[in-house]
Design a protein around this ligand. Sequence first.
Ligand SMILES: *Cc1c(COP(=O)(O)O)cnc(C)c1O
Length: 422
Amino acid sequence: MSQKKPFITLAQARAIAAEIPTPFHLYDEAGIRENARKVNAAFSWNKGFKEYFAVKATPNPYILKILQEEGCGVDCSSYTELLMSEACGFTGSDIMFSSNETPVQDMQKAYELGAYINLDDLTHVDFLKEVAGIPKTVCCRYNPGGVFELGNGIMDNPGDAKYGMSEEQMAEAYTRLMALGAEEFGIHSFLASNTVTDDYYPKLAGILFELAVRLHKRTGAKIKFINLSGGVGIAYRPDQRSNDIAAIGEGVRKKFEEILVPAGMGDVAIFTEMGRFMLAPYGALVTTAIHEKHIYKEYIGVDACAANLMRPAMYGSYHHITVLGKEDALCDHKYDVVGGLCENNDKFAIDRMLPKIDKGDILFIHDAGAHGFAMGYNYNGKLRSAEVLLKPDGTFQKIRRAETPADYFATFDFTPFFKKII
Ligand SMILES: *Cc1c(COP(=O)(O)O)cnc(C)c1O
């Protein structure tokens, strides 16, 4: 079993916690950069390649700036994500706008920024024309329907998914968009989430490349890019294998040579829109054990809760936990590691074998860098934590302060009472 290693030591965690109390989310800048470089290298065979980081996974401008320096764009799905991206200096073709059930304001903002707009439905052709205008390049999202299966048992159900349009509708959308002045087109699809196999992107690429050839022949549309979207997973469990991004890039290249090049479409750019793969392993939730409880089971109560990281409560997801300073100790105690919400699913780990945990121990909850802080909420009046960046030189920087009660009450305006108590 491979051991998951935290990217900080106990001494580093203590130094940060002395200034920024736990719980906090911590990100590893060196890890983020190294991984982004591997992604770009894996697809360097494709001239127009660009990774558009899915902002929803880790919406923090400091993180976006790091990825921008590594050559990434951003994938936005809402007005505020567009505003954050604009503030970071992303414009025009640096931005993919992949939304669904899109409000007017969001669509207008995407158009104003010159983003690549990804239409989720045929009816959005008219919607886009009416509320904003038809850009020179437009992308359409594809849903093949049915069941999507990969060799190793991974399956997803596009037929049940609300996203995208059928091939018939894609063809009609392109034809109508061309009549309205669009000149170049993108194809986008997201068929399976958190896949831990090097086959997902190549298989998806095969489907989309063949679709691109058919759509081009049928409508005459010029296909400018194909966006493989997100869905590349990570090894949350220590015994899982990690995706090999170089092998994934090579698998996509083979399909490209097989399908697009012979069709005279070797100039198509490949885009990706990964969130999880870009950030999840390079972020952690750092929390302190504040209580222990011995009833029918053994509990360790920590100062973080599901409001800081909801994946275990929401999906039953596994997040590995390391007790800092006890990395090499025997895991001979069985614990439920729990947060303080009045919800019995607020458990970061259930029946987990860990070293003996004492009050004051600092726990490192792995792989919280994507869909972690981002999915936070304020249930039970819990406040969002700080976010901290660990820099390559070992120093740290607070990149978002923790919420205070004043933030929690900020949207009330019915009595001066709140102003007095905070
Ligand atoms: C969520 C999402 C992504 C990112 O997915 P990951 O699994 O985090 O890589 C990319 N594109 C779209 C449209 C999404 O909704």
